[in-house]
Design a protein around this ligand. Structure first.
Ligand code: AMP
Ligand code: MG
Length: 531
C-alpha cells in the first residue's frame, strides 16, 4: 500500500453513516437528546504548524509525514476538511468523581472519520482542541500546548511500553492564544494553543451508553451497542442479548488488563470518570495523569482530587470496577435479566489479579512454577516498596541488572541490596527498608530456583522493566522548552520513549530519578484539570 499525504487519504464515516445524529451544524452549547452525535466542523486556527509527528504510527496508517506547513497540517488543525471527511462530535455522559454529571460529550474533540491502515484495520482520527461543539458547555473547545504535548508524548510512550492506549499521530501548534487559569486562583493568562490528532479504532466510552440509558433512549442504546459489536467485537457474533453478555465480559477483561498494566508501570490516570473509560479497554483522555516516583499507593497528581484521592494510584483497580458497574447498569435495559452481567464483573476481578501477577512475575524474571508461594511473593512487594519511598522504575531496572549476581549467590547479598535501595530510594527513614530487605532475600532464594541461565533471566527482565518512562518533571521540561520555541527536549524524549527498554547511553539523564527541585513544582508534581 502506498503512503499519501493526509489531504489525499480517503476517509470512511461509519459512525455518522450508521448511527442517528443531528446535522444542524450549529456549534452553540446545548442538550442534544435523541442523538448519538452532532455533525460539526472544526473551527479554523490562525497559523497551523507541525510541532511533532509519530513516524511509526504514520507509516502504519499510510500517512506521509507532513511538512511544517501545508495542506496536511491544515487538515490536522481542522482548517481543511476534505471531501470524504464527515466531522462529528459524539454525545456522551458520565459519572465525574462518583456523581452523575448528565450530558458531557466531545466538547473540544472532533472526529474526522476513519482511515484504513496498511494491514486493512480501520482507525478513527480525532482532533482534540478543534473548537466548539454543542457539547462544549461553557468552555472554548480549545486545548493548550502544555496539555496537548503531554497527551501526545504519553500516549505514544504507553504504546511502546505495551500498555493498551489510544495513539497520537501529530501535535500541531495553532498560532492562537488560549486563556487558562492554570491554578484556578483567578490568575488567567494566555497560553499557546495546540491540537493533537489522536487515533484509535473508536473513541466510544462507557459514557456514550450511559447517556442513552439515563434518558431512556433504548433504541439509540441498542443501536450503539450493535454498532460497537459489529465494528469492534465481530468475533462475539451477531448482536443480541447473548452477545451483549459476552461483550460486557470482554470489556471487563480488557479493562482489567489495562489497569494491570498501569499498576505494573506506575501510571496514574488521574481522572477515571466513566466518560474517560474506553469501550475497547484503552487508556484514553490524558489529562492530569502522572507517573509514580516514590512508590505510594495514595499518590495522585490531580490537585482536584487531593481531598478524597478517589483516583490515587492504589485505587485504580477498585475504580475501574465501579465504572464497569456503571456500564452494566447502562446496558441493563438491553437484557431480560441484567443479573447475568455479574459474570463480567467476576471476570474483571480474576483477570486483574491474574494479569497483575503475570506481569509482576515477568518483571521479577520468574516463570510460573509455584503458584501459591509466588502469589505471596508478588503481593508482599507493594507494601515493601512503599515504606522506603522507592522509585519503582529504577528499582526494577537495577534489580534486572543485578539478577546474575543474585543467581551466583556469592555471599554478598546484603551489600547488593544496600546498593539497590540506596540507588532507588528517595529517602529511607531509619529501618524503613527492613521489609524490603527481607523481601529481597526471599526473592533471591526464589530466583535461584529458576531453570534458565542467569544472563537469559537478566535479558528477560530488562525487556520487562523500562529504563525510560515519562517522568512528570521531564514532560514539564519539554513543555517549558516548547513554549519557548525549542522542540529539542520533546524530540529527545520521544526518541527514548519509543524504545524504553533499550539503553541510550547518550540520554542517561532522562532515566534519572526525580530531582529534588521537582518534588513540589506545579506541572512536575501536581497538575490541575485546566488544559
Ligand atoms: P475531561 O475532564 O477532559 O474528561 O473533560 C470532561 C468534559 O469537559 C468533556 O465533555 C470535555 O469535552 C469537556 N471539556 C474539557 N475541556 C474543554 C474545553 N476547553 N472546551 C470544551 N469542552 C471541554
Ligand atoms: Mg474526557
Amino acid at each position: 500500500m502506498s503512503i499519501s499525504s493526509l489531504e489525499n487519504v480517503p476517509f470512511e464515516n461509519p459512525f455518522v453513516d450508521e448511527l442517528r445524529g443531528e446535522n444542524s451544524g450549529e456549534k452553540g452549547s446545548r442538550q442534544v437528546p435523541g442523538y448519538c452525535y452532532s455533525r460539526v466542523e472544526p473551527t479554523p486556527v490562525q497559523r497551523p504548524h507541525l510541532l511533532a509527528w509519530s513516524d511509526e504510527l504514520g507509516e502504519f496508517l499510510g500517512i506521509e509525514k507532513p511538512a511544517e506547513r501545508g495542506p496536511a497540517v491544515n487538515a490536522l488543525a481542522g482548517n481543511l476538511v476534505t471531501a470524504s471527511m464527515k466531522p462529528f462530535a459524539a454525545r456522551y455522559g458520565g459519572h465525574q468523581f462518583g456523581n452523575w454529571a448528565g450530558q458531557l460529550g466531545d466538547g473540544r474533540a472532533i472526529s474526522l472519520g476513519q482511515v484504513a491502515a496498511v494491514d486493512g484495520t480501520r482507525w478513527e482520527i480525532q482532533l482534540k482542541g478543534a473548537g466548539p461543539t454543542p457539547y462544549s458547555r461553557r468552555a472554548d473547545g480549545r486545548a493548550v500546548l502544555r496539555s496537548s504535548l503531554r497527551e501526545f508524548l504519553c500516549s505514544e510512550a504507553m504504546h511502546h511500553l505495551g500498555v493498551p492506549t489510544t495513539r497520537a499521530l501529530s501535535l500541531v501548534g495553532t498560532g492562537d492564544a488560549v486563556v487558562r487559569d492554570m491554578f484556578y486562583d483567578g490568575n488567567a493568562r494566555e497560553e499557546p494553543g495546540a491540537i493533537v490528532a489522536r487515533v484509535a479504532p473508536t473513541f466510544i466510552r462507557f459514557g456514550n451508553f450511559q447517556i442513552m440509558a439515563a434518558h431512556g433512549e433504548i433504541d439509540n442504546l441498542r443501536a450503539l451497542a450493535d454498532y460497537t459489536l459489529r465494528h469492534h467485537y465481530p468475533e462475539l457474533g451477531a448482536p443480541g442479548p447473548d452477545a451483549y453478555v459476552r461483550w460486557f465480559e470482554e470489556v471487563a477483561r480488557r479493562t482489567a488488563v489495562m489497569v494491570a498494566h498501569w499498576m505494573s508501570v506506575g501510571f496514574v490516570h488521574g481522572v477515571m470518570n466513566t466518560d474517560n473509560m474506553s469501550i475497547l479497554g484503552l487508556t484514553i483522555d490524558y489529562g492530569p495523569y502522572g507517573w509514580l516516583e516514590p512508590y505510594d499507593p495514595d499518590w495522585t497528581p490531580n490537585t482536584t482530587d487531593f481531598g478524597s484521592r478517589r483516583y490515587a494510584f492504589g485505587q485504580q483497580p477498585r475504580v475501574a470496577m465501579w465504572n464497569l458497574m456503571a456500564l452494566a447498569q447502562a446496558l441493563g435495559p438491553l437484557l431480560p435479566d441484567a443479573e447475568v452481567l455479574r459474570e463480567g464483573l467476576n471476570a474483571y476481578a480474576t483477570t486483574l489479579a491474574d494479569t497483575q501477577h503475570a506481569l509482576m512475575l515477568r518483571k521479577l524474571g520468574l516463570t510460573p512454577q509455584f503458584p501459591d508461594e509466588d502469589r505471596g511473593l508478588t503481593q508482599a512487594l507493594p507494601q515493601a516498596l512503599a515504606e522506603p519511598e522507592i522509585d519503582m522504575t529504577w528499582f526494577f531496572r537495577q534489580l534486572s541488572q543485578m539478577a546474575p549476581a543474585l543467581v551466583a549467590d556469592a555471599g554478598n547479598e546484603d551489600a547488593l541490596f544496600a546498593e539497590l535501595i540506596a540507588a532507588s530510594a528517595y529517602s529511607v527513614a531509619a529501618d524503613a527498608d527492613r521489609n524490603l530487605r527481607q523481601w529481597l532475600h526471599r526473592y533471591a532464594a526464589r530466583l535461584r530456583q529458576e531453570p534458565a541461565d542467569a544472563e537469559a533471566i537478566r535479558a528477560g527482565m530488562l525487556a520487562a522493566n523500562p529504563k525510560y518512562v515519562l517522568r512528570n518533571y521531564l514532560a514539564q521540561q519539554a513543555i517549558e522548552a516548547a513554549e519557548a520555541g525549542n522542540l529539542s527536549a520533546l524530540n529527545r524524549l520521544m526518541h527514548v520513549l519509543k524504545t524504553p527498554f533499550d539503553e541510550h547511553p547518550e540520554h542517561e539523564a532522562l532515566a534519572a530519578k526525580r530531582p529534588d527541585w521537582a518534588r513540589d513544582k506545579p506541572g512536575s508534581a501536581t497538575l490541575s484539570c485546566s488544559s
